[in-house]
Design a protein around this ligand. Structure first.
Ligand code: FEO
Ligand code: CA
Ligand code: CA
Ligand code: CA
Length: 596
């Protein structure tokens, strides 16, 4: 047998070399297939995808664009419901001759609106293997599309607050649609938490809101003037000059029940409003529900929500109230090395580690605000402004967070922050002009997810291992794979950390990597797959039986200057086709455990 020796976590695959291939490249012995592609029929009666004859009506029944978060609810061993986020649209790749939202046809804008949101699709396993296929026949009773037009509701302490009221919804309880859903999480009661991230880009005339609102428009980077996709040309609510509060109705964690296609998605206001990357839940020592959340922008914060009530297995009605009452915290990281030992080069301080202690600072609990000068509703709707006031730690773009099912450690992907200056370096964000990002490991006090204190360290500073500013937990750097811009995280049941990347700044394609976090192989990063040209790797999901890896291949072919007449990728359909964002599954051809 060739290849590196198999370690404790059972990882023995031959890593994939960095490359620029227009392909989903997997290790020797593995196979992959695109399970569901942009435009594939989701609802019964949906037409087949036809790139040159798209309609909004068809798109609202078909799989949306730019798949991101992926999770699988297994109904039995051979059948499941796949939930997928559709983060955003790239009209330059979707339509021939597109020159921007102002010149776009109304139909094109409506197609883009329908291509956002999420999908529920039924999938089935292929004969006892790790391969899965889209179910295309039968009733498919759970299949569902969520779009910009889906009726939703607010719950939690800010529901009905003045800040959420609009002309169309004078009670401030019935938002419509969700936008820019990036990653997410699941709840122990079998629902999806999907995270509205860069919702700011869908609004126009941010400079024309009432004076008192303007600081928050700035704090949330809402654009001035009229540019972008111009959803306002179809629905006036996206024009903030006319409907200034509409923007406050986006930027939430949305809970959706995949098993009830008629259910109303719920925007959970107790979890705060920011560029939500994801929400990862776990249970505290005393049974409360905890959700970890990152705000993915430069110099933004890491949050967690701790429910007031306890999770009771099987008590569905009770459990579904847990995300409405509790405390929202923001993280402050304090390094243990002297500031003068942190020069921004990435060189380790004299104690040999970027590490220290931290605390969770309460912002709001139900109707009670802990932030001076802000009401509870203001803290929940303008969470960034609240966190600014309590000296939380400004991080290098907090993306996904995951808790290790074996060790209990919580991991945070900090994707990059080229704007951090040497003067702004701190021990939790130790590299200036951080092009490649890093990973923070957070250990809650007493391993209790509800703890108010924690310790932390930085096991991975990404980049080319030959670059002295990188760090792979002290593992031999001649053996590791180069890795850049960590984004989504997942754990396999053995406790190995899987890291997908977005925006590889080393000049090769993005991919999926695995890194053990304990034992002799801690820091041994190996690349498991690469995605096609100009795509980012989303998902990822390692199935509980460890026979399948799911990844969402987002924006294949999204390269500078690429158009349908000059595509940069033809994945997954090949010669003569247009690139289609798709969810793919990877399995071992002889049924070995993933990574073996
Ligand atoms: Fe949509 Fe933060 O990645
Ligand atoms: Ca230190
Ligand atoms: Ca992401
Ligand atoms: Ca990202």
């Amino acid at each position: 047998r060739s290849g590196p020796p198999r370690g404790k976590g059972g990882l023995g695959f031959e890593p994939v070399a960095p490359n620029k291939a227009d392909a989903l490249t997997v290790p020797k012995g593995y196979r992959s297939s695109a399970v569901v592609r942009w435009g594939d029929p989701v609802l019964p009666g949906a037409p087949a995808f036809d790139f040159d004859n798209q309609t909004a009506e068809a798109q609202a029944m078909q799989f949306g664009y730019n798949c991101d978060y992926v999770t699988l609810f297994e109904m039995n061993r051979n059948r499941g419901l796949l939930w997928v986020n559709h983060e955003y649209t790239d009209e330059n790749l979707m339509f021939r001759g597109y020159t921007g939202g102002t010149a776009a046809t109304e139909e094109q804008i409506k197609i883009a609106m329908a291509a956002h949101g999420g999908s529920v699709v039924e999938v089935e396993r292929v004969r006892n293997t790790g391969e899965w296929k889209l179910v295309t026949n039968g009733r498919r009773r759970y299949n569902r599309r969520i779009t910009v037009s889906t009726p939703m509701r607010f719950s939690g302490p800010a529901a009905g607050s003045d800040l959420l009221k609009t002309a169309a919804d004078p009670k401030g309880v019935k938002p419509v649609g969700m936008l820019n859903n990036c990653a997410g999480g699941t709840t122990p009661w079998g629902t999806v938490l999907t995270a509205e991230e860069n919702f700011n880009q869908y609004f126009v005339n941010g400079d024309k809101v009432p004076e008192a609102q303007k600081p928050y428009i700035t704090r949330y980077s809402i654009p001035s003037g009229t540019a972008g996709r111009r959803f306002d040309r179809i629905e006036e609510r996206f024009d903030l000059e006319k409907h200034p509060n509409e923007v406050n109705r986006f930027g939430w964690i949305v809970e959706i029940d995949p098993f009830d296609p008629d259910s109303t998605p719920i925007k959970r206001t107790a979890l705060g409003r920011f560029a939500h990357e994801a929400a990862t839940t776990t249970i505290s020592r005393d049974g409360r529900l905890v959700a970890y959340m990152g705000d993915d922008s430069r110099f933004e914060y890491v949050y967690k929500f701790v429910s007031k009530g306890r999770y009771i297995k099987g008590h569905d009605r009770h459990n579904r109230t847990l995300l409405d009452e509790g405390t929202l915290y923001v993280a402050r990281f304090t390094g243990d090395s002297p500031k003068e030992e942190l020069d921004g080069s990435g060189r380790l301080p004299s104690d040999g580690a970027f590490d220290g202690s931290g605390e969770w600072i309460p912002l709001v609990s139900g109707d009670r605000s802990f932030v001076e000068g802000m009401t509870a509703a203001e803290v929940l709707v303008y969470t960034r402004a609240a966190a600014d006031k309590v000296s939380a730690t400004k991080m290098d773009r907090p993306e996904d967070m995951e808790r290790n099912p074996v060790t209990g450690g919580v991991y945070i992907a900090l994707t990059n922050n080229s704007n951090r200056t040497p003067a702004q370096v701190d021990e939790a964000n130790p590299r200036a002009a951080n092009k490649h990002g890093h990973v923070v490991e957070l250990i809650e006090q007493r391993d209790d997810a509800a703890a108010k204190k924690f310790s932390w360290s930085v096991p991975l500073v990404c980049g080319d291992p030959n670059d002295p500013s990188t760090y792979f937990a002290g593992f031999d750097k001649t053996k590791v794979s180069p890795i850049s811009c960590p984004d989504n995280l997942a754990f396999d049941p053995d406790g190995n950390l899987w890291i997908s990347t977005d925006g590889n700044a080393l000049g090769t394609n993005d991919g999926l990597f695995v890194m053990p976090v304990k034992g002799k192989e801690r820091g041994y990063v190996r690349q498991f797959l690469t995605v096609p040209v100009a795509a980012e790797t989303c998902g990822p999901l390692i199935s509980d039986d460890q026979l399948s890896v799911w990844v969402a291949v987002q924006h294949p072919g999204e390269a500078d200057g690429a158009t349908p007449d000059r595509p940069a990728s033809r994945w997954p359909d090949g010669e003569g086709s247009q690139p289609r964002p798709s969810v793919a599954v990877v399995w071992h051809e002889r049924g070995k455990k993933i990574g073996a």
